[in-house]
Write a protein that binds this ligand. Sequence first.
Ligand SMILES: Cc1cc2nc3c(=O)[nH]c(=O)nc-3n(C[C@H](O)[C@H](O)[C@H](O)COP(=O)(O)O)c2cc1C
Length: 408
Amino acid sequence: MKKLEKYIDHTLLKPGAGIADIEKLCSEAKEHGFYAVCVNSRFVPVAKKALEGSDVKIASVVGFPLGAMSTEAKVFETVYSCENGAEEIDMVMEYGLLKEGHKQAVFDDIKAVCDAAAEHGAIVKVILETGALSDGEIVDACKLSEEAGAAFVKTSTGFGEGGATVHAVELMRESVSRNVRVKASGGIRDRETALAMIEAGADRIGASAGIEICKVPEGEEAEDVSSVLTPKNILVLNGSPKMSGNTAALVDAFCRGAQEAGHTVHVFNVANLSVHPCTDCRFCFDHAGECAIHDDMQRIMPHLYSDDVIVFATPVYFYGFSAQIKTVLDRMICMQTSKMTVKGSVLLSPYGDTDKTVPKPMIDMYKAFTGYVGWKNLGIITADGCMDPGDIKDHKALEQAEALGRNL
Ligand SMILES: Cc1cc2nc3c(=O)[nH]c(=O)nc-3n(C[C@H](O)[C@H](O)[C@H](O)COP(=O)(O)O)c2cc1C
C-alpha cells in the first residue's frame, strides 16, 4: 500500500522555466514526499544538486516533446541525463512513424534508448502521445515498447493532442504484461482524476499539479492506494572469491534497492559453493534437462524455474567473467529454456583498470548468452578503477546498482 504522493512525478517541462523554478520544484517534491521530479535534460544537474540527501528520484524527458529527433540524439540525451543523475528516462516515441506502419524503426528507436539507459541502471518510460493514436496504434505501441525493454508506457507529453484518459490507461494496462507499468500524464489536475487513473491501472501520475492533487479534502482521510507492481524474486550470483570485495559492495547496493521496492533476493556466493565444470557428457540431452553431476548447482538451478530475474555479479578477470560465474553458466546447458521463469538479467561488474573498454568482451559475451537464452537485459553496471577491496566506496556505480534494484 502506498500514499498518493508516491505516485507523483512532480513535473515542470514548460518553456521558459529556469533554474530557480526547478529548484522550487525540487523543494516542493522533498516537502511533499513525491516519488520523482520530471524535468528537461538541461535541468538534471540542477535537480541533482537540489535533491541531494533526499530520496526523490529524477526523471528526465528525452526527445521531448515531438519525439522526432534522430535516435542518436535521443541516445546522447539519455546518456547525458543518466550521467548527471537521472534514474528514469521519459522518452517520446516517434508516433508519426508508427502511424505510417514503420514499426521496426519505432522499435529500434525505443530499444536504443532502453539499452543506453540500462547501461546506467536507469529505466525508460515511453511516451506514446495516446491522444494522437487510434486504439489499435496504442496497442501496437505498447507491445513494441515492452519488447524493446521499456519499464513503463506513458500516455502523453502534455504538449500534444489531448492528455491522459481513463480509456487510454485501461487499454495500455491490458496491452502490456505485469512487468511493464503505466504512467498517466497530461491534463491531470485534481485528486479525483488522479484516483480514477490509478483505478484504471496507472502506477505513476505525471503532473504539475501534484500539490493540489494530494490535498486531502477537509473531513476526509488520506487513502492508501495500492500498487499493481508485482514483487519479483531475484536470483543473485556473486562470482567473486572475496566476500567483502567490490563485487559484494555492488551486490549489497543492488539488493538494498530491490528489497526496498518489495522484491525478494536469493544471493549465492558461488565461490563458497562446489560447482563442477560441465563435462559435456550430454546426459541432460536424453534426460529432460537433468544434470548428471550432483553438486551445489542443484541449489541454484531450481531458481531458474521459479525466480523472475537473474543477476550476474562478477569482477572482470582478464576481460571476462570470473571462472566461478563461467562455470555456473556452462552448467546451464541442461536448462529447459521453455520452462524457465527467469525472463530478465542484470550484470554487475567492478574492474581495476580505468580504461572503460576493458569490460567490453565480457559485456559482449553476457549479451550473447542472455540473447541466446532469451533473457531481456535489464541493466549493466560496471565500476572502473576498483583494483583493491574498498576502492568502490564512492563510485557512482553503487548508486546506480541500488537504483536498478529499486526500479526493476
Ligand atoms: C585473475 C584476475 C584477473 C583480473 N583481470 C583484470 C582485467 O583484465 N582488467 C581489470 O581491469 N581488472 C582485472 N582484475 C582486477 C579485478 O577485476 C578487480 O580487482 C575487482 O575489483 C575485484 O573485485 P572483488 O573485490 O569483488 O573481488 C583481475 C583480477 C584478478 C584476480
